[in-house]
Design a protein around this ligand. Structure first.
Ligand code: ADP
Ligand code: MG
Length: 300
């Protein structure tokens, strides 16, 4: 496209809330035949709520909530925010004194798995099965049942372990965006395939994919793994757009032929992307591709 055509299209995009960062993205977007969507915060609203909580040992509810707050207050993850909110509510309802006095030390993020730190003298882990596995924390049949029951309901489970023992868990629910299924089906009508990639577990991911009509899922994928999936698709000749919102999506956004960031997403994702969907509405994936198609066909 000529510089003028690019300028016109960029201006038009901006007026519709689709920020196109350069001519290159505009030139490529019309060729896209595969759109890879991140799950959390992209296909889903990204505001998970705790919908169930359970204790597996003799720990008191107060200690469980206190410990969970102490750890998750250090995390920016939407799940962490849901856990903190729920735990604070519960403590208030029980009129208990939040101590939170124990100092948090050595806080660590394990991407795609969870977080860990020391709370006073306790070693605490909060995250998924993968996190527990990597720290050799075993899961009882009771824990496994809680997991499968909730995951089949499209919920994500988070475990809390103290000194190598799982003491409790919560299940969070993050509804899909109202337009998600419509967008996937419209893309299909344009002969564009939709794929989901997520750090979340297979059962939850599959349940969410089914809700939005996506047949191809890559779950339990860490940030570099997400980028590798994109490269695999490109190696098979696909022209790939990646849509994501998180820090964990930025390698994939860079690897994709066209990276699209959700406007409400993290700065890192917005920087890594070629196109920013300011309104955070998935319909604008189509707006962007359409804009590119119109611009290119006008030139030729
Ligand atoms: P997604 O790719 O769906 O955006 P992430 O890669 O951010 O997901 O996280 C993958 C999984 O890791 C989450 O579903 C959750 O089980 C776990 N996890 C990550 N961070 C945290 C945290 N701060 N607290 C609890 N669990 C976490
Ligand atoms: Mg996300």
């Amino acid at each position: 496209a000529t510089p003028t055509a690019v300028m016109v299209a960029t201006g038009k995009g901006a007026s519709q809330g689709v920020l196109i960062k350069g001519g290159n993205a505009l030139e490529k977007a019309h060729k896209v035949n595969t759109v890879v969507f991140d799950k959390t915060g992209t296909l889903t609203i990204g505001k998970p709520e705790v919908v169930s909580a359970v204790l597996f040992s003799r720990i008191s509810m107060e200690e469980f909530c206190d410990t969970a707050i102490a750890v998750e207050a250090n995390s920016e993850h939407p799940i962490a925010k849901a856990v903190v909110k729920h735990a604070k509510n519960r403590l208030q309802n029980h009129k208990s004194q939040t101590t939170n006095s124990a100092a948090v030390k050595d806080f660590e993020v394990h991407p795609g798995a969870g977080v860990g730190c020391k709370v006073g003298s306790k070693t605490v882990l909060v995250g998924n099965k993968k996190l527990m596995r990597s720290f050799n924390v075993s899961l009882s049949p009771e824990v496994e049942t809680y997991f499968s029951d909730n995951e089949n309901l499209a919920r994500t489970c988070v475990l809390l372990a103290i000194d190598g023992k799982v003491v409790g868990a919560v299940a969070v629910s993050d509804p899909v965006k109202p337009e998600a299924a419509r967008v996937v089906s419209f893309l299909r009508s344009m002969s564009i395939r939709s794929i989901m990639v997520t750090g979340d577990n297979w059962a939850t991911a599959t349940a969410i994919a089914k809700e939005v009509g996506i047949e191809n899922v890559f779950a339990e994928t860490d940030p570099l793994g997400k980028a590798d999936r994109i490269k695999d698709l490109q190696a098979k000749g696909m022209v790939v757009a990646m849509v994501g919102d998180g820090i964990n999506d930025s390698p994939a956004l860079v690897a994709a032929d066209v990276g699209m960031a959700i406007g409400a997403g993290t700065d890192v994702a917005i920087e890594a992307a070629d196109i920013v969907l300011i309104k955070s509405n998935l319909e604008d994936v189509i707006t962007a591709i359409d804009l590119s198609k119109r611009t290119i066909s006008r030139i030729r």
